[in-house]
Ligand binder design. Structure first.
Ligand code: KIV
Length: 280
């Protein structure tokens, strides 16, 4: 068994110039596969709402959904640092609510650390959660929970003022005590500037190559999510086709009687069967 990745290991990776590898998972088998592939960090993202629950966005995802799925992932993930994602409105209403819900995600979900979306405005909330003893990963740039307020799922930091704001957000999060930051959907040169602006690792998703690590939504990179493929996703598989072919083949076998075969069936001694028939 590999040893557990800690937040100190995550910082060490940046200090030593080693890229961090992070993926999402929402259940035990994917948690286990990510563990076996040897990634550093597994995020139980609220992207759950879209790629697993079939919702249009992440806004409807609840604390109960996140706790349920986090518990499953944690059972498979012995090595990677497991990040539980705080759903919309679990940390936006008050600092007290934020601490209570972050605590629930750790105590009931079993994750190692939590993540929440937001820049400068959320620095006080993050500071309070960190002071309560819960490590926090920040998330800036495109923040899917508030995508409608940002004008949709669009690249952020388009002009000088917006790009400067993202750097300010990263600095504010670092001062508040985050141990790392997710940076989503910004121009690659801005990704580099953000990673250089802070000491904590900046993990990009659509932020170019010059950041301290990468994260992808597993269902996107495996070709499992059917609705759209964001520009920043590289598809490493078309697993939907493989799964669909397998289910179709099974259907055919059931219909034509070739499944189950003798190798999938339980035997009964001949004499037991004869006796049974006599007694019927
Ligand atoms: O919920 C999620 O999967 C995320 C990633 C996009 C980083 O926040």
């Amino acid at each position: 068994m590999s040893s557990k990745v800690t937040i100190m290991d995550v910082q060490k990776a940046k200090d030593e110039g080693r890229k961090l590898v992070m993926v999402t998972a929402y259940d035990y088998p994917f948690g286990l596969l990510a563990d076996q592939a040897g990634v550093d960090i597994v995020l139980v993202g609220d992207s759950l709402g879209m790629v697993v629950m079939g919702l249009d966005g992440t806004v409807e995802v609840t604390m109960e959904n996140m706790i349920h799925h986090t518990r499953a992932v944690v059972r498979g993930c012995k090595g990677p640092l497991v990040v539980g994602d705080m759903p919309f409105m679990s940390y936006n209403t008050s600092i007290r609510d934020a601490i209570v819900n972050a605590g629930r995600l750790m105590k009931e979900g079993g994750c190692d650390v939590i993540k929440l979306e937001g820049g400068v405005d959320f620095a006080p909330t993050i500071g309070a959660i960190v002071k309560a003893g819960i490590p926090v990963m920040g998330h800036i740039g495109l923040t899917p929970q508030t995508a409608s307020a940002l004008g949709g799922f669009k690249m952020q930091g388009r002009d000088t003022a917006a790009a400067k704001q993202i750097i300010e957000d990263a600095r504010a999060l670092q001062s508040a005590g985050v141990f790392s930051i997710i940076l989503e959907a910004v121009p690659a040169p801005l990704g580099k500037l953000v990673a250089e602006a802070v000491k904590v690792p900046v993990i990009g998703i659509g932020a170019g190559v010059d950041v301290d690590g990468q994260v992808l939504v597993t269902h996107d990179m495996l070709g499992l999510f059917d609705k759209f493929v964001p520009k920043f996703v590289k598809q490493y598989s078309q697993i939907r086709t493989t799964i669909k072919e397998a289910i179709t083949a099974y259907k055919q076998d059931v219909l034509d009687g070739s499944f189950p075969g003798p190798e999938h069936s339980f035997k009964m001694p001949e004499e037991t069967l004869e006796q049974l028939k006599k007694e019927l």
